[in-house]
Design a protein around this ligand. Structure first.
Ligand code: FAD
Length: 384
């Protein structure tokens, strides 16, 4: 029986594991935290895609009639409790998901990155996966590895994507969950928000609510865009929650109320102090704030894959084929189907999947990730 190791027990890792079980692989999922770890820190934000778009028919069948309704818009923690944990405990996956198991290196047994380049002999040697669990180092071997470890490293806030001077020494709020926890302490104080993606659109709405309940709260919103409406709007967006969040944020930016200052085409040069912070911005501006929220996106962790000759996109830091295929896609709902060649990683039997495969591109949807997994399993075949 061929062995499959899946890295990460997020929505895509569990779906990959279910597919692997269905195709007769001996499956192990290694998760460095808990099941659904990254969704734990979404705070009260809800999926903007309805539940029916987020899971496969095989997952729904395992959840049974008690699972969420098709139209439900779950929060991250609800997705964990009502979907991911039940799936990991289901008859298909019970005993196969190892938590607190952090993968630290993936390579080929007896084979360096530079050995047997493009030689089919490479594929004949199993993958060797080194991971840490319970304070010990352990090793697994596998014929197929699917890396669904997501994008977990926040990008820097400084000019050109570099750390601003002092940025690496200060504590910033880099997830919506962290922002939600900090909000009560910011009542009547000064907060800086950096970024203009969907997460930043949620954060500005929360800060607006905070100002309503605690007048005197001041917000400086720093965006790289020059647009009056900085958050990207999808024309006739069928995802109504997404459309509403972006619209609200853009309305605030376009006509800022007295508590909000929007700095466009602005970049962080430096952050001084440990709170309050003195933030130096492009144009020799300085702003003093009590808290800094940086929602500028995340990048994948690639270091643990450094012994594999992977074709990583220089642009997205995800799979090169996917970045090339989707380079001009601005609406994730309209992404074309990916072809098998787009999914090849350069290392036979190894695939980046889920959000990680998209790297820093924003066009990822679970629905598209599932289609990728189906294509990969058609390529690699099954044991049944
Ligand atoms: C706030 C927010 C809202 C979103 N809303 C939607 C939406 O409405 N619809 C939609 O389709 N998509 C949405 N997305 C995008 C995407 O679907 C999610 O980010 C989703 O969680 C991606 O799933 P994943 O399984 O690929 O990665 P993740 O959920 O990030 O899972 C990766 C897992 O890998 C683990 N891991 C990382 N490194 C290691 C390691 N070295 N060893 C072992 N395990 C490791 C992590 O702990 C984590 O559990 C949203 C994203 C965010 C942040």
């Amino acid at each position: 029986m061929k062995r499959l190791v899946v890295i990460g027990a997020g929505p895509m890792g569990l779906e990959a594991a279910l597919l692997g079980v269905e195709r007769g692989y001996q499956v192990t999922v290694l998760e460095r935290g808990q099941v659904g770890e990254s969704l734990r820190d979404w705070g009260r934000v809800r999926f903007f895609t309805p539940f029916a778009m987020n899971v496969s028919p095989r997952a729904r069948a395992l959840l049974g009639p008690g699972g969420p309704a098709d139209a439900a818009l779950l929060t991250g923690p609800e997705m964990i409790e009502r979907v991911l944990l039940p799936l990991s405990a289901s008859a298909s996956l019970a005993g196969k998901v190892q938590t607190q198991a952090k993968v630290v290196a993936v390579g080929r047994a007896r084979t360096l990155r530079r050995d047997l380049a493009k030689n089919p002999l490479r594929a004949g040697r199993p993958f060797r996966i080194l991971y840490e669990q319970g304070g010990e180092e352990r090793v697994l071997e596998a014929e197929l590895v699917l890396d669904a470890s997501g994008v977990t490293r926040p990008t820097y806030l400084g000019v050109g994507g570099q750390p601003a001077l002092g940025e690496r020494q200060v504590n910033l709020h880099r997830t919506l969950g962290s922002v939600e926890r900090a909000l009560p302490g910011w009542a009547g104080r000064r907060v800086m928000l950096v970024g203009h993606g969907h997460s930043a659109a949620h954060a500005i709405a929360w800060l607006a609510e905070l100002e309503q309940s605690a007048p005197g709260t001041k917000v400086t919103w720093v965006v790289r865009s020059l647009n009056a409406r900085p958050c990207v709007e999808v024309a006739s967006d069928p995802l109504t929650e997404r459309a509403a969040t972006v619209r609200r944020a853009n309305e605030l930016a376009a006509a800022p109320p007295p508590w909000l200052t929007v700095l466009r085409k602005a970049h962080l040069e430096s952050i001084r102090g440990a709170g309050p912070f003195e933030v130096g911005l492009s144009g020799a501006r300085t702003v003093e704030v009590d808290g800094i929220v940086g929602l500028t996106g995340y990048r994948p962790e690639l270091e643990f894959l450094s012994e594999l000759p992977l074709e990583i996109s220089a642009v997205s830091e995800g799979a090169r084929g996917i970045q090339q295929a989707l380079a001009n896609v601005t609406d994730c709902l309209k992404a074309p189907a990916l072809l098998p060649k787009d999914l090849e990683s350069g290392e036979p039997g190894f695939y980046l999947v889920g959000q990680k495969a998209y790297g820093r591109m924003t066009a990822f949807l679970l629905e598209n990730g599932r289609a990728q997994l189906e294509t990969i399993f058609r390529m690699v075949g099954g044991q049944k």
